[in-house]
Ligand binder design. Sequence first.
Ligand SMILES: [Zn+2]
Length: 193
Amino acid sequence: MPQPLPRTLRAAASALAVSLIALTLGGCGFVPDGSTPAPAAASEADLGDDDGYIPDGESVSPNADDLPTIANLDLDLRTALQRAAADAAADGVEMFVTDGWRSERYQQLLLDNAIRNYLSEEEARKWVKTPEESTHVKGLAVDIGPTDADSWLSQHGNDYGLCQTYGNEMWHFELAVRPGETCPAPLSDASAG
Ligand SMILES: [Zn+2]
């Protein structure tokens, strides 16, 4: 009668299986701790929720905490935004986020596209910052829509510490003052800051 496999041998066999799986994954460039940066995005088709990607013309609820574009925002900004959105809703104004946190490669793609569209890096930088400079990449900025929500937030945002940062972007808000303080005058455009 064949003996069952000794316990130690079975443990060794399963340990071998685990290391074989790890070896296979390692060969595919899979890094479980995410220390390898995602490859550059050639187009928006390469981007997904993990980049904070929101397609043009779409928006998400400020309360969509399951989406990285909201979840990766600075906690103070996210809390202020969600309070503001609740109060705006009580005033009959629905507030949406058209851009929140973005990955570095998403920001780089936006900059590349802007340089192509404006035919000049200088002009593009008035609208889109580099991944190193962007407050969206740092989780410190949100773009709000639609227009009536922008107007509501320009009027009441400072109650929550939220201020319009750039004169040419009525949709872009950052936590810039303590709640109730007056917002500083917006900079002319993103290249001025
Ligand atoms: Zn913005």
